[in-house]
Structures are given as structure tokens and as C-alpha cells.
Write a protein that binds this ligand. Sequence first.
Ligand code: GDP
Ligand code: MG
Length: 163
Amino acid sequence: MSFSLAIVGRPNVGKSTLFNRLVGRRLALVDDQPGVTRDLREGEARLGDLRFTVVDTAGLENETDESLPARMRRLTERAVDEADICLFMIDARAGILPDDRVFAEILRKRAGHVILAANKAEGSAADAGVYEAYELGLGEPLRLSAEHGEGLNELYSALLPLS
Ligand code: GDP
Ligand code: MG
């Protein structure tokens, strides 16, 4: 059986980098609900022998305001409600920021299966951030480097029992 995975988290943590790595060129067309088409990207992912639908959340990525834009929050809630599994991504180099806690709260309230992923985890500069991620109360963080393709075996192992 196939499943859908939503990649959520605050801007700049590496969601689209992981999406692109999982999807490659197999970008699917998204439904054209006005206003959101460009903010939820859906693709056909491959990871080992797993085939699934992956959804990338974006929206106001360049917003400089301190607080999480309401649109980003609404978009995330929609993605979370529609997905079977959520991959909640944090930036291990930046550590846990207030906006990460906002996302963690959304996920605790709404999501079924959550995989917590500490991205940008290549090298020891990420160790403190990975450790901090335990504070979010969403289980053990999976060390990931979307850019360097590290941690994908572990992601596979996390997804396999849920597939
Ligand atoms: P998004 O806003 O969450 O979709 O983040 P992006 O995928 O656009 O990535 C934001 C920035 O982080 C880009 O400059 C990426 O190259 C960088 N990035 C993504 N993944 C990694 C990673 O694993 N390690 C490092 N060091 N940088 C990364
Ligand atoms: Mg993005």
C-alpha cells in the first residue's frame, strides 16, 4: 500500500532540498486550488523499494517577520491533515527556534505519525542541535543531511514499518 508524506517545518531548514532528492524529476501536477497551488508541491517519491507521495510545504519563505506567517501555518495544517505521515524538519545547525516549537505544537495536536528529522546534520557542528531536538517531545531525531544525501537509510527504516 502506498502512503503520503508531508515535509513540514519553518522556512530554510531544507524541506525542498529533501523533496527534490526524493522526487528527482518526477514532479507531479498539483490540484489547482487558487492561492495554494504554488505552496504545496506534490511529487512521486522513491526511496529504496518504497514508492510514495511526498508533499513539500512552502509559502512566504522570504518573509522577514519574526513570527511564523499565518499563511505558512495554515498551509502546514492542511498538509498535516491530508498526509499519512509527517516529516517534521528542523535545522540542526541553527538549533531549536521559537517557530520550531510552533510547528511541534501543530504536529502534536493534529498529526498521526511524525518523524522528527534534524537536517544539516553532516559534521559535528550539528551535534548540539540534534541533542536540542529531543526537547520537542516528538521522539528521537533522525540525523539527516538532505544536501549530502546522508541519513536516507535511516529515513527508509523509519518509513518502512509505517508503509
Ligand atoms: P526550505 O525553505 O525548508 O525548503 O529549505 P531549502 O531546501 O530551500 O534549503 C535552505 C538552505 O539550506 C539552502 O541553501 C540549502 O542548500 C541548505 N541545505 C539544505 N539541506 C542542507 C543540508 O543537509 N546541509 C546543509 N549544510 N545545508 C542544507
Ligand atoms: Mg522550500
